[in-house]
Design a protein around this ligand. Structure first.
Ligand code: PLP
Length: 423
């Protein structure tokens, strides 16, 4: 697949006059289209709903767009719950999946009426003592072992090493206890592999959860009302990687549903998803300017953005495609390391990447940063978080988060006169 920026060079030049680089930009049209594709892939399920994983792109303007497309929100912390509250989500609009959960987080989730997804068996008593058990409750399942695709048997991930969820025995006991404590509506949730590039991930996961739901009904009498397939559907970051087909994924889940749930008299169960990456990754980009070049043992291009703006290459060695704006048709005959300015050698957006010749001042478009991009940012080396910009459907743009200033960096010292920024 050819990777093409969703915004033109002319438009970027216009935005940069307003908002200096670096910034993340998001494509409203693409976000809405992705949400609609997902919805139509699961239209066969009456209660289907996507709970957007807020951690991927925690910006209320983005969340509002998704809300207009019918999405709820998946939160895992106090502030994510607050964010969802600010955009007007409440009750069943929110799923709260957290681990090592602080008391205050449980309390806020309960007060907002969010669907609480218990990560551990011990959380039943903790929640009961804090707030009581709500009528609607969900449990997170960890089947242990290795998680394999059905056809090739390739290992997708190793749940036995993951810190999340309850074991088989624990989760069955959990539903028994929760029912005893007065819960009336139950859900189950599992997240077994991340950034999967196979149409099989959701169907295989669905098969595991659906069989579990049948077993829970047989062993405890509890009828599960919703099954949350969580996140993990990936996107292609590399131009030569095939893209997941969400329609095929939805069909694959439907097949499992009809084979396992319907015959067990569980044909009313709602399917939920909690996709972050699939919804937003392709619909965002990091825009930077080439500000320095360097010729030593390798050729380097230095950007005004760094790993503090996009951490994935530094921590996962993740590939992000790069387009030099205006040079799309020039030959990629120069080999560069494209770097940020952190005092960390892993701060490289690309290593040994073949690109067109880059001149100082060129606009660098780093693809697919819409999920787990800005949100993983940090302040190492005193680097400041960038702005976020929305490219609206009508072609205009809007600042949806301003860039941090040194004053923001100093704000947490402001309790002391000595280091007060204004001093
Ligand atoms: C991170 C996360 C997601 C979203 O994962 P993606 O890979 O972005 O789809 C969904 N649910 C939970 C509980 C998560 O922790």
């Amino acid at each position: 697949m050819n990777k093409t920026p969703f915004v033109t060079k002319e438009k970027l030049e216009e935005i940069i006059k307003d908002i200096p680089t670096p910034f993340h930009i998001y494509d409203e049209k693409g976000i809405r289209e992705t949400a609609r594709k997902l919805k139509s892939a699961f239209a066969w399920n009456k209660g289907f709903r996507e709970y957007f994983a807020v951690k991927a792109t925690p910006n209320p303007f983005i969340m509002e767009i998704l809300q207009q497309e019918g999405c709820g929100f998946d939160c895992s912390s106090y502030t994510e719950l607050m964010l969802s509250g600010r955009v007007g989500a409440k009750g069943d609009d929110i799923m709260f999946s957290s681990n090592a959960t602080p008391d205050e987080d449980f309390k806020l989730a309960y007060d907002m009426g969010a669907i609480i997804n218990l990560d551990d068996f011990t959380h039943i008593d903790i929640l009961d003592n804090l707030t009581g058990i709500p009528e609607t409750i969900s449990c997170r399942y960890n089947p242990g072992g290795e998680f394999k695709t059905s056809e090739t048997g390739n290992v997708m991930d190793t749940p036995k090493d993951a810190k999340y969820g309850m074991t088989h025995e624990q989760i069955i006991e959990a539903y028994r206890v929760l029912k005893e404590k007065g819960a009336k509506r139950f859900g189950i949730h599992a997240f077994l592999a991340s950034n999967t590039l196979t149409n099989e991930y959701y169907p295989v996961l669905a098969g595991i959860l659906f069989r579990m739901v049948v077993e829970i009904k047989e062993k405890t009498g509890v009828e599960i009302s919703f099954i949350n397939l969580s996140g993990g559907v990936g996107v292609s970051y590399k131009p030569d990687q095939p893209e997941n087909n969400i329609a095929a994924i939805g069909e694959g889940v439907r097949k499992q549903y009809e084979e396992i749930l319907v015959p067990a008299g569980l044909g009313d169960v709602s399917i939920f998803t909690e996709l972050g990456r699939f919804m937003l990754a392709h619909n965002g980009a990091l825009i930077a300017t080439a500000i320095r070049e360097k010729h030593i043992y390798k050729e380097y291009i230095g950007l005004d953005a760094c790993a503090a703006n996009l951490m994935r290459p530094a921590i996962y060695g993740a590939y992000h495609h790069i387009t030099v704006m205006g040079k799309e048709n020039q030959p990629c005959d120069h080999e560069y390391d494209v770097t940020g300015g952190l005092c960390e050698n892993c701060d490289k957006f690309a290593i040994d990447r073949m690109l067109p010749k880059i001149e100082i001042g060129d606009i660098i478009y780093i693809h697919d940063t819409g999920a787990h991009g800005f949100s993983m940012g940090y302040n190492y080396n005193g680097k400041l978080r960038s702005a976020e910009v929305l490219l609206k459907q009508d072609g205009s743009h809007k600042l949806i988060r301003r860039a941090e200033t040194p004053e923001d960096y100093f704000a947490t010292f402001d309790f002391t006169e000595k280091y007060n920024f204004k001093k």
